[in-house]
Design a protein around this ligand. Structure first.
Ligand SMILES: NC(=O)c1ccc[n+]([C@@H]2O[C@H](COP(=O)([O-])OP(=O)(O)OC[C@H]3O[C@@H](n4cnc5c(N)ncnc54)[C@H](O)[C@@H]3O)[C@@H](O)[C@H]2O)c1
Length: 63
């Protein structure tokens, strides 16, 4: 079991998956989560139906 707190690198251990799914990825909170997880080395899969989100929030992350 891994204990994660605000100072723990999110991708620091072999027991933690390297791929995450973030729902609401184009929203306010979700886009910041995408930034954080990508910064920590995760592969991020974002899911969003854009009902209130905006692709501009994650434009810098799109290839
Ligand atoms: N400080 C700021 O600049 C700022 C900007 C925006 C919002 N806010 C605040 O942030 C809070 C809201 O942020 P949030 O991130 O919770 O909301 P949000 O609306 O920004 O994000 C929710 C995301 O979920 C998506 N979504 C909703 N239903 C879905 C579904 N069924 N399937 C897939 N995707 C779905 C939406 O399209 C959206 O992208 C509010 O308190 C608001 O006042 C602050």
């Amino acid at each position: 079991m891994a204990i994660i707190n605000s100072s723990t690198p999110l991708n620091s251990g072999n027991s933690i998956a390297a791929r995450v799914l973030i729902t609401g990825a184009a929203g306010f909170l979700g886009s910041h989560l995408c930034d954080r997880f990508i910064k920590e080395g995760y592969e991020v899969i974002g899911m969003d139906n854009l009902i209130t989100g905006d692709l501009n929030n994650i434009q810098h992350l799109l290839n």
